[in-house]
Design a protein around this ligand. Structure first.
Ligand code: AMP
Length: 362
């Protein structure tokens, strides 16, 4: 069995590690030679994500194809999906590639979203701002990540930057949610309509980049239960196959859909040590229509991301019951995700004390 992975970053790498542990061969496609995934895969095709011929070559060489990146043109997957085995198909990409499409789909499946307006001109933005007021968030409809392609409009002073964004790109204006916490729900579904859910972490971001995922998240137990059942309904109604991550805001008892990604997620890395089957194991089992089961947490688990600026401190790092994962990226850059550490059997406070010894987080 050969698994083809479109995308060769750390998510592809961890998918490949899981695939290898199941005895499969792996081929990946990524524009960067010597990608993190290629260190584990049997072969890498070096090509951009819009190269139809090369993606077709990957499909030809694979028994089953998946993706670890949501910005592969959905049209390519739609065309190749009729000829090759790509169980997730193009639909999860079609929705997740556009913030308006995904929010409308979520709302249709019963999930609450922040109020929003599609805006493509200065005039439309002013009209939407009149309805939503300050603060609001202007985001590009596509290609935004880790807070990139966003302007928080808190006063008239922010309008120049906002006008510049909306005049160049199709955008969405969202009402600002004063949330208490951010959670992410990871679900997998196979083509027999079995759905399995992972335990829900509480996520802490620094500068819009995920810093820490903490489990268990007992203080939000009732919210988690509700969020889990909402996302289960969502993946079933949408008839998505494979893995889906939904990022949610929690404000009191209210849960708001923020965005989704049809791929493994940084906030699910804890599951490698934290659960019997990781998000990567489940993602593969789901596309192969194997049995998938709800996961529970084996022990308290905290995951922290290692960014470029933390690599120096890592040299001295020593801690029992911790697992360091490095992705093997050649270029160390500020705020670039270089790896992560999973701590088991420790409280968030313990982990904060440990990491403060080695790193300064801002
Ligand atoms: P996103 O790229 O949509 O995931 O946004 C990045 C981060 O911005 C989120 O993780 C939130 O912390 C924040 N954010 C995004 N949308 C909203 C919103 N409508 N209200 C408040 N905060 C938001």
């Amino acid at each position: 069995m050969k698994v083809g992975i479109i995308g060769g970053g750390q998510l592809g790498q961890m998918l490949a590690i899981s695939a290898k542990s199941k005895g499969y061969s792996v081929i990946c496609l990524d524009p960067t030679p010597d990608s993190p995934c290629s260190k584990v895969a049997d072969e890498q095709i070096v090509a951009p994500f819009d190269d139809f011929t090369k993606i077709k070559e990957l499909c030809e060489k694979s028994d089953v194809v998946t993706y670890e990146f949501e910005n592969i043109p959905h049209q390519i997957i739609e065309t190749l999906g009729s000829e090759y085995n790509i169980p997730q198909g193009h639909r999860p990409l079609y929705y997740s590639q556009h913030r308006v499409r995904e929010k409308l789909a979520a709302a249709e499946c019963g999930l609450k979203t922040a109020p929003f307006y599609p805006v493509s001109s200065k005039k439309e933005l002013i009209k939407a701002l009149n309805n939503l007021g300050y603060p609001s968030l202007l985001k590009t409809c596509s290609f935004g990540y880790d807070g990139k392609g966003q302007v928080k409009i808190s006063s008239d002073k922010d309008l120049t930057e906002a006008f510049e964004l909306v005049e160049n790109t199709e955008c969405i204006l969202e009402g600002f949610v004063e949330f208490d916490s951010e959670i992410s729900v990871i679900a997998v579904r196979n083509s027999s309509n079995d759905v399995a859910m992972l335990p829900i972490p509480r996520n802490k971001h620094i500068n819009n980049i995920l810093h820490m995922s903490v489990l268990p998240n007992d203080e939000l137990a009732s919210v988690n239960k509700l969020a889990s059942s909402m996302v289960k309904t969502f993946i079933q109604k949408m008839e998505f196959v494979g893995i889906l991550t939904v990022e949610l805001f929690v404000s009191g008892e209210d849960i708001y859909f923020n965005e989704m990604a049809p791929r493994p997620h940084n906030s699910g890395h804890y599951s490698i040590e934290g659960c019997e089957s990781s998000q990567f194991d489940l993602a593969l089992d789901a596309i192969m229509n194997k049995k998938i089961t709800n996961q529970s947490l084996k022990q308290p688990t905290v995951m922290i991301n290692i960014l470029g600026q933390h690599m120096e401190g890592l040299k001295d790092f020593k801690c029992d019951e911790s697992f360091v994962h490095l992705y093997g990226k050649k270029e160390i850059k500020h705020n670039r995700k270089m790896g992560h550490i999973t701590f088991i059997n420790k409280t968030q406070k313990d982990v904060e004390n440990i990491i403060n010894k080695y790193w300064e987080f801002k």
